[in-house]
Design a binder for this molecule. Structure first.
Ligand SMILES: O=C(O)CCC(=O)C(=O)O
Length: 227
């Protein structure tokens, strides 16, 4: 943990806010335990297959809705066909608190109901290229939590995968929220910083990232097919 020298809250771009050391150690432990459970099923954590034939280096498991490139479904048809674990109420509450603290806006927080989370596990070599989160039909903010090893997080602009962008370090317990004018900003994880996590979180190595989102989908609408 980097708790010795307090790191300031930083608005990286309009609507994109980094809140260091937001989760307590106990909350991190609880999240690690919950994620370990989800990683074993009903849909096991896996390297997502890309339509071009490649596989992502990061491993992912979802709750609420299952994400695959580039759609959300209730069942993991590209893995084992099982229905994903339900999105728990305590996680909705956590998402709301995250929004309230990042934006200092209780009204926005009360109206925020995330219904999916992508849980990414990065080993020391894993990375994620520049992309936008745009498979959701809602433009509600994305709430991102980091546990374990720190990473370099690249937060760019909404127009291109290239500069201008800001590189910042996300450490264990950090919150990052992006919404409003930054909701569709390109972002990436170019590098994990191995050995920077605190094993007291329950994670001996690697980085866990949880992004909560609002899909804007419901079970009565037309099937959500990959774009
Ligand atoms: O790991 C992170 O911090 C970012 C994850 C991400 O960009 C995603 O899941 O789309």
């Amino acid at each position: 943990m980097n708790a010795l020298i307090p790191r300031p809250r930083l608005e990286v771009a309009p609507g994109a806010v980094h809140v260091p050391d937001w989760l307590t150690l106990e909350q991190q432990r609880q999240l690690v335990t919950a994620c370990r459970g989800w990683a074993t099923g009903p849909v096991p954590i896996r390297h997502t297959k890309l339509p071009g034939g490649g596989v992502m280096s990061v491993r992912t498991v979802c709750v609420g809705w299952h994400w695959r490139p580039y759609a959300y479904t209730r069942t993991a048809d590209d893995v084992n066909g099982a229905r994903v674990a339900a999105f728990p109420d305590w996680m909705v509450a956590l998402g709301r608190r995250a929004l309230a603290d990042a934006y200092a806006d209780e009204t926005a927080a009360a109206g925020y109901t995330p219904d999916t989370a992508l849980i990414n596990f990065y080993d020391a070599q894993a990375k994620l290229g520049m992309h936008q989160d745009k498979d959701e039909r809602s433009s509600a903010p994305v709430v991102s939590l980091t546990i374990g090893d720190s990473c370099v997080f690249r937060f760019g602009n909404t127009e291109t995968r290239t500069r201008p962008y800001t590189d910042l370090e996300l450490a264990s317990g950090d919150l990052f929220v992006f919404g409003g004018p930054s909701r569709y900003a390109y972002h990436a994880v170019p590098r994990i910083l191995p050995g920077t996590g605190d094993p007291a979180t329950g994670l001996r190595s690697g980085r866990l990232n949880i992004t909560m989102r609002v899909t804007g989908l419901d079970d009565t609408g037309p099937p959500n097919t990959p774009r």
